[in-house]
Design a protein around this ligand. Structure first.
Ligand SMILES: *Cc1c(COP(=O)(O)O)cnc(C)c1O
Length: 360
């Protein structure tokens, strides 16, 4: 068996020890004589899994009693429509900041519903290569929606904007649990699991309880946040396997990786190695503006598209995969989420230096 260093943007690398544990207990889950994929979601076994996962999310992020933690389906993309459906009343409007592909999609889903959206800032003028610094929020907005990390464009909010009491809502799909932040300003946070939390198929939603008062009574049951809050994410069959792997990743984050502050320091160290190389190089050029650079997704170009293709190919031959940029932007991208070890980034940096020497 040969495992590569995996720089995929999502689904993405998981901690090896988690994968090994999944393998080890796959046929007989905690003495049940059944696989996690075979047991009832109404069983004590699964109850323990989801309870433990919820508890760990709350501990890791420092969430108080005001927040509920949910595991939903439909991906982050489903949240693009559920957020305005549940939390943006007719007659009110919401502020959105457009920082890239995912934010654009979130805006579109609100508009499809005929909801009133104010795009208070956008970085589209420079191909979303930066996070806007100045914006004025509407004091009576229902919420302010941002995308904390722009997976495709390689930009990230370094700190969150002051919305003067208007609830912040963030798509944190690609940087959830990568750094510490103050959750108190947030009305809702969502994240598809497959970037930084686990396998595809489950979406983490953190909702502040006062937001639930807005949920209209006439929504379909499966599209209401209240349904899942009342039933502890088990109104219908949850994606048991995905939730279980997320639970193991959270346990790894708390007990092996040392918690949020440690992982944040490790993430910053990894990103700094790559950005230092981009800055000193005449061969590679970073595509995100410096003050907006993502700690999770490092996007860069080589002098020609032919060299980019050769780079991706040769990297794979050398045991490093997933370095091709998103199909919508081209170039190269190294996604270096929580589970990417420092040695993977060190190996990549060495390879990049050697590649530049040979081809520059
Ligand atoms: C990947 C990604 C999405 C889409 O997630 P799905 O789970 O595929 O719907 C949305 N937002 C961001 C920031 C992402 O990185």
């Amino acid at each position: 068996m040969t495992r590569i260093y995996n720089f995929n943007a999502g689904p993405a690398a998981l901690p090896l020890s988690v994968l090994e544990q999944v393998q080890e207990e796959f046929l007989d889950f905690y003495g049940s004589g059944m696989s996690i994929t075979e047991i009832s979601h109404r069983s004590k076994w699964f109850d323990d899994v989801i309870e433990d996962a919820v508890g760990r999310v709350k501990r890791l992020l420092g969430l108080n009693e005001a927040f509920d933690v949910l595991f939903l389906q439909g991906g982050a993309s489903m949240q693009f429509c559920m957020v305005p459906m549940n939390l943006l009343p007719q007659g009110a409007s919401a502020d959105y900041v457009n920082t890239g592909t995912w934010a654009t999609k979130a805006i579109k889903e609100a508009q499809i519903q005929g909801k009133s959206v104010n795009v208070v800032a956008s970085s589209e003028d420079k191909n979303f290569s930066y996070i806007p610094a100045k914006m004025t929020f509407n004091p009576d907005a229902a919420y302010v929606h941002i995308t904390s990390n722009n997976t495709i464009k390689g930009t990230q909010w370094a700190s969150f904007p002051d919305t003067a009491g208007v609830p912040l809502i963030s798509d944190m799909s690609s940087d959830i649990l990568s750094r510490r932040f103050d959750p108190s300003a947030f009305g809702l946070i969502y994240a598809g699991a497959q970037k930084n939390l686990g396998p595809a198929g489950v979406t983490l939603v953190i909702i502040r309880r006062d937001m639930l008062e807005r949920v209209p009574a006439d929504l379909p049951t499966m599209l209401k946040y209240t349904t899942f809050v009342e039933k502890n994410s088990m109104f219908n069959t949850p994606p048991c396997f995905a939730v279980y792997v997320v639970q193991l990743v959270l346990k790894w984050l708390e007990e092996t990786a040392g918690g949020l502050d440690k992982i944040e320091a490790a993430n910053r160290e990894k990103a700094a190695l790559l950005y230092a190389l981009l800055d000193e190089s005449d061969f590679y050029s970073g595509t995100a503006e410096k003050q907006s650079r993502s700690v999770m997704n490092v996007t860069f170009r080589l002098p020609t598209e032919a060299l980019e293709a050769q780079f991706v190919e040769e990297a794979l031959q050398n045991g490093m995969g997933g370095l091709k940029g998103h199909r919508s932007v081209g170039g190269c991208r190294a996604s270096i989420y929580n589970a990417t070890p420092l040695e993977a980034v060190e190996t990549l940096v060495d390879f990049m230096k050697e590649f530049a020497r040979k081809n520059g």
